[in-house]
Design a protein around this ligand. Structure first.
Ligand SMILES: Nc1nc2c(ncn2[C@@H]2O[C@H](COP(=O)(O)OP(=O)(O)OP(=O)(O)O)[C@@H](O)[C@H]2O)c(=O)[nH]1
Ligand SMILES: [Mg+2]
Length: 676
């Protein structure tokens, strides 16, 4: 009796732009594989994916959906990622579990650009990927145009694997370019094998030749055959396709419709035949295999009923429920099928499983038999830098601690969220990738942790300074019953060069103020400078104490501190106070076609262009450097994305303070006064 070698479970991760049909495709694949009996739909809100209330309410993906199926005797895990650019951290992490990614695209050539950041990431991490052009049933765009547009944003060559068969405008089937078999789509099920229609023959021949030529770029033997006009054997072509995909040299392109179940079997079969195995993936990621257990944590999830779950891909060895793992006892081992946790007793290499109640594990950890290590050589994507913030506060004051601990849990789930206690404005800022991202975070704070949160726009960290100097003589004197209070100071107040900060200079000679009172004067000065004549912290000022008087009985630290504060209060208004606003150096990255639009965006936001240059390593993209006032950066990402089909991004760092005058300054000052 021969025992069949069972191949280890593989993992395909579905990525692609917002609403391209990933969750619908997952549903179609699960249905085709027999993992679900009825194919749900987004409209009816009954798909395996998007099962959380936040996802159902929006009819969009808000976190990765995990699912499992067996297709023709082989086990698969699928991870369907949210498409929103604001949630791309989730996709990036999930892709670290992928043997292969399926990039789901829309058929309109003008939307091809939305794939640029995804292709870029896949390329950077050398993740083998296929492209599935979805919604073909409603498309009359020419595949040639689409491929050209997609190729412009894909660093790797795209290799078309099918040509559509059309009946008038409608796509009714396809020809597979390797087998040269023609199929007619059938609503809701697998396609019918048909005779190749005459009308498609020429196109098929041409596309097949192109496919073979692409492959010949990576194989001399194949090139030789083509040059000699020989027809390569299908097995050889399949072998080459498999090898090139594994090395991420080519991107095979398939066509179909998730909604109508067109092209699903073909896609699943391509995954089955050409999808790399977990050992290959582990090697690509720099994960040590062989020997004992290795697994990576690709997602941390806090579920109301199960508690903390660590979702891992096992590369080697076996995990059993109840075992000790990374120093903790594993309590619960599951397959997640959308929102449903299916209990397992053990899981082996290749599996994607959820581990219950391992409190110390973090996303990005490598688990080994020895424990866990965060800083291994394993490839892992950095957390995306924040681009948008909102001030958050608990509706009920007693929820303050609960709010910070709950936000910490959200950050464990999604490292592109962060929390800042802003020192200048004293606001608690929740940072993330966009408005929807933060609103989602706040909804989860309510639904998962029962914390009600109030949101407000972040305040700008305005400062103020002075434009000219003055001398000021101020005296604090009070006679109340017994002994009174007395402090007398003469100071010179001067502006300092921008960025120089505050300086206190003591020039008292001959003891007109005894040395022990001088620090008190300085403290009084500083205290006032926390909120100057315009209502903002005063910077870039020097204060020179050059004379004063004291009283042997009535003088005290307290009295001199008050005198110091009075000197500022009385003197600074005479120094032409002026508002300062923080200016950031912002680098905006966009496809070159949008560079002009960005020029007007920057000038419309009182920015100053510093220059632009090609974005390093990104063909067809520019990096545009500019200065922008902080108050103009808050919602920059919203406009930037709406101008650039969502693909524009930016990075920022604080640069300097700059005077703000005129109407804008008047408004800032008036608003400040009104807030007091
Ligand atoms: N016409 C057509 N519509 C489709 C097809 N596949 C999906 N859709 C529709 O496209 C919309 C988005 O589908 P989803 O499956 O949620 O897309 P998604 O890529 O998962 O979206 P996000 O996760 O939010 O990025 C839904 O209204 C689907 O019904 C298709 O093949 N043809
Ligand atoms: Mg989705």
């Amino acid at each position: 009796m021969t025992t069949k070698t069972v191949s280890p479970p593989r993992c395909a991760v579905l990525v692609g732009p917002y609403t391209s049909g990933k969750t619908t495709l997952l549903e179609a694949m699960l249905h085709t594989a027999g993992a679900i009996h009825r194919k749900g739909s987004i409209a009816e809100g009954n798909t395996v994916g998007d099962s959380t209330p936040e996802a159902r309410a929006r009819q969009m993906g808000v976190e990765p959906n995990f699912a499992h199926a067996e297709y023709l005797g082989e086990a698969w895990s699928f991870i369907d990622c949210p498409g929103s650019v604001e949630l791309s951290q989730e996709s990036r992490n999930a892709l670290m579990a992928a043997d292969v990614a399926v990039v789901v695209a829309e058929p309109e050539p003008e939307r091809a650009l939305t794939l640029a950041p995804i292709f870029r990431f896949l390329e950077d991490y050398k993740i083998p990927h296929m492209l599935f052009v979805n919604k073909m049933e409603k498309s009359n765009a020419r595949i040639k145009d689409l491929l050209e547009a997609l190729q412009a944003v894909s660093p790797s060559p795209l290799v078309l694997r099918q040509v559509p068969i059309r009946d008038g405008e409608d796509v009714t089937g396809f020809v597979d370019l390797v087998s040269e078999r023609a199929y007619r789509y059938q609503e809701g099920k697998g396609s019918d094998l048909i005779e190749m229609p005459e009308a498609v023959r020429d196109r098929e021949g041409e596309a097949r030749q192109e496919m073979l030529e692409s492959l010949a770029d990576f194989d001399d033997d194949l090139l030789e055959q083509l040059l000699e006009d020989k027809i390569p054997a299908p097995d050889e072509v399949y072998g080459q396709l498999t090898e090139d995909l594994r090395k991420d040299l080519i991107v095979p392109v398939f066509l179909g419709s998730a909604e109508h179940m067109f092209g699903i079997t073909r896609l699943l079969k391509a995954l089955r035949h050409e999808g790399p195995d977990p050992a290959t993936t582990a090697e690509r990621l720099g994960i040590p295999i062989g020997g004992a257990l290795t697994a990576t944590v690709v997602k941390t999830l806090h579920q109301a009923h199960t508690g903390r779950l660590s979702i891992v891909r096992i590369w080697n060895g076996q995990i059993e429920d109840g075992m000790t793992l990374a120093g903790e006892r594993l309590s619960g081992l599951y397959h997640m099928m959308g929102g449903e946790n299916q209990k397992l007793t053990k899981a082996g290499a290749g599996e994607v499983v959820a581990l219950g109640r391992l409190e110390d594990l973090q996303t990005g950890d490598l688990i080994t038999a020895e424990g866990r290590s965060a800083g291994s050589d394993m490839l892992w994507p950095d957390a995306k830098s924040p681009v948008f913030s909102l001030a958050v506060a608990p509706k009920n004051r007693q929820d303050e601690v609960k709010l910070t601990t709950s936000i910490a849990k959200l950050i464990e789930e999604d490292a592109s969220i962060s929390l800042e206690h802003n020192e200048s404005t004293h606001q608690m800022l929740l940072w993330g990738q966009g408005e929807m991202h933060l609103k989602l975070a706040v909804e989860r704070l309510k639904s998962k942790y029962n914390v009600d949160v109030e949101m407000a726009p972040p305040m700008t960290a305005y400062k103020e300074t002075i434009r000219k100097g003055t001398t000021q003589h101020s005296r604090f004197k009070r006679q109340t019953g017994g002994h009174g209070q007395f402090g007398d100071v003469q100071v010179e107040i001067n502006p300092q060069p921008r960025g120089q900060g505050f300086e206190f200079i003591n020039k008292i000679v001959g003891g007109s103020i005894p040395r022990n009172y001088i620090p008190a004067v300085e403290n009084g000065v500083k205290e006032y400078l926390d909120s100057g004549p315009l209502g903002f912290p005063v910077v870039d000022v020097s204060v020179t104490l050059f004379d004063g008087q004291y009283h042997s009985v009535d003088s005290s630290d307290m009295a001199f501190k008050t005198a110091g504060r009075m000197a500022m209060q009385e003197g600074l208004p005479n120094c032409q106070p002026v508002l300062l606003e923080p200016i950031y150096e912002v680098t905006i990255s966009v496809p070159t076609d949008f560079t002009n639009k960005i020029h007007s965006l920057v000038s419309g936001r009182r920015g100053q262009i510093l220059g632009f240059e090609p974005k390093p390593g990104w063909t067809g993209w520019d990096d545009l450097k500019c200065y922008l006032p902080q108050s103009e950066i808050h919602d920059l990402v919203i406009e930037l994305r709406s101008l650039t089909l969502g693909v524009g991004s930016f990075a920022w760092k604080y640069d300097h303070l700059q005077e703000l005058t005129g109407k804008l300054a008047d408004k800032v000052i008036a608003d400040r006064k009104a807030a007091d």
